[in-house]
Design a protein around this ligand. Sequence first.
Ligand code: HEM
Length: 136
Amino acid sequence: MMIQYSEGSASHDAVGGLLGLKKLVKDFYAFMCSNPDYAIIRDMHPQDLTVSEDKLVCFLSGWLGGERLFAKKYGAISIPQVHAHLVIHEKERDMWLSCLNEALEKQPYADHFKAYLLNQLRVPAERIRIACERRL
Ligand code: HEM
């Protein structure tokens, strides 16, 4: 039977809970730092990525149906708003998604879950692009 990843904590379970999510985000930022193709988006971030990593883990935890760690630790968030000061067009949006794709490739998840997650994250990534372009 096909798993319904959108239900309850199915997606959070599929990434291997908080530990699996931390590994995904670590790999995501490691690719962003090591691949010069992503230099433009890497350089938008602070030098020290500790807080950026933690914020992404906390946000994704709730987004995937797990504990709402971002709200708990950092308060309310609007994803398009927190990116609105950045210059994010299609190119930068796609860099972020490629970087995520590379990180997903490294994880022991089922292929259909990797594809599902990448597709789901295209939605906020596109909203960010629209919000950023409106501000320009
Ligand atoms: C579209 C391409 C994206 C780019 C280029 C990008 C880039 C960035 C950068 C540079 C920061 C740090 C901002 C700063 O410290 O001033 C940031 C923060 C953050 N990003 Fe993204 N991001 C993208 C998409 C996403 C997506 C799709 C999500 C989640 C669905 C996300 C979640 C976050 C979170 C939770 C933060 C922390 C916000 C805060 O400071 O409270 N980002 N992003």
